[in-house]
Write a protein that binds this ligand. Structure first.
Ligand SMILES: [Zn+2]
Length: 152
């Protein structure tokens, strides 16, 4: 998956985790978390793309001490996990369980997406995210008149 799909998946998973934990989330930090695994593309080949930075084991090992101390941050871990466990899992391969194994993993063949299907899903997810964000914004600003309870 590409940028827009990862942003949308991060938004939905991070927001859901924030709602579940009742933790106020930072949207920019959610989006940074959702894109963090792809930092390997900025290393000029030093780190193989979709290699160790896409390991859910490494992410959990780094996140767990933070969570044990602060009991916070689950929305950001959820956004990061959505990158590898959903977005890139559907368009394999990736080193999901590094450093336990450096084998490459991905969805079974029938779940793997074609490039056209991936782009369509990405656009749909991004459009859905924008729609949800607009609805949340309008409702939070009370731009839509609220129905008042009428007295009998
Ligand atoms: Zn990636």
């Amino acid at each position: 998956m590409q940028l827009l799909g990862h942003l949308a998946l991060g938004y939905f998973s991070g927001s859901a985790a924030g709602w579940y934990t009742r933790e106020k989330v930072s949207l920019p930090l959610i989006w940074v978390s959702a894109l963090l695994p792809d930092m390997d593309m900025l290393t000029n080949g030093f780190l193989v793309h979709r290699g160790p930075t896409h390991s859910i084991l490494l992410a959990a090992a780094l996140f767990l001490p933070i969570w044990l101390v602060t009991r916070r941050g689950l929305p950001y871990f959820a956004a990061l996990a959505s990158h590898t466990l959903v977005g890139d899992f559907l368009t394999p391969p990736l080193m999901l369980f590094w450093p336990v194994t450096d084998a490459w993993f991905g969805a079974p063949g029938f779940l793997q997406m074609t490039l056209a299907g991936e782009e369509l899903l990405e656009m749909l997810l991004f459009a859905l995210m924008v729609a949800v964000m607009l609805i949340v914004y309008v409702r939070s600003r009370r731009l839509v008149p609220q129905r008042r309870a009428t007295r009998p």
